[in-house]
Design a protein. Sequence first.
Length: 317
Amino acid sequence: MGAKAKKIKAPKSRNLAIGKATPYYYLLPAFIVMAIMVFYPLGYGFWLSLTDMSLESFKDPNYIGLSNFSNLFKDSKFFTTFLRTIIWTAVNVTVHVSGGLFLAVLLNRKLPGRSILRIFLIIPWAIPQYISALTWRGMLNLQYGLINIILNVSGIGKELLYAGIIDKYPIPWLMDPVWTFVGSILTNIWLGVPFMMMICLGGLQSIDKSFYEAADIDGATSWQKFKAITLPLLKPVLAPAVVLGTVWTFNMLNVILIIAGSFANEKSQILVTEVYRQGFSFYRYGYASAYSVAIFAILLIFGIAFMKHTKGTEEVR
């Protein structure tokens, strides 16, 4: 026992280096896929925005620097379309979150036929967007659309006309640019609320019921429990969902294209449809890429600012 204890050295393993590198080997396929599907197209888009690539100069585009961005910000139409896109995104996301949260709170309670209600409410999100948008386009028809028929039968349409809320009846949803834009918003609201509902419902079911039991003992009202318990504990779920919903809505191409029907209706277009028009109608690929880079920068700034302001990545204690 008096002898000094010898340190036992771990045997050197030839597989030690391989063991440390194993996680990177597992990540390598995902990184390769990301590089091909995300990083390369993103970098290529940035490069295109600095060239004059078009149908004429497709094979040999010239480097023109920031000229596309200069022309973009000199165009008053860009700022008008940007403002319309802000309105489109703000209205849609606000209704998505508030409507989805309301339905989630409702479905989180004990209701008869709750499972069936969940299935019916998730259907709009499960149906392909093209099918939903085409269905809504039919319902917005001036003469035979379901929306105008309901407004006519219920008498709501005439009441809105007499109250001065609308200036035309039946409402020309697909003929007037303003009403076309409103119809597109209604369609996208119908598509987006179920997604937010499922996100909020998952967050609500993860909240420990002991918080509410303690609040009941203290005599808290339903609104006080919602404000002090539900909303703070839903923040880590809602903040990323709002950012994701904003990006999706800001870049929602399908609904606008199908409801508006064509690019001739400029007053119902948003930025992403303008990208599509510049690239695939006018074949101005460099200019369209400048639009895309501008959209990317706007959404990146919004995402960072929103997550910082709401502290959505911080754990609630």
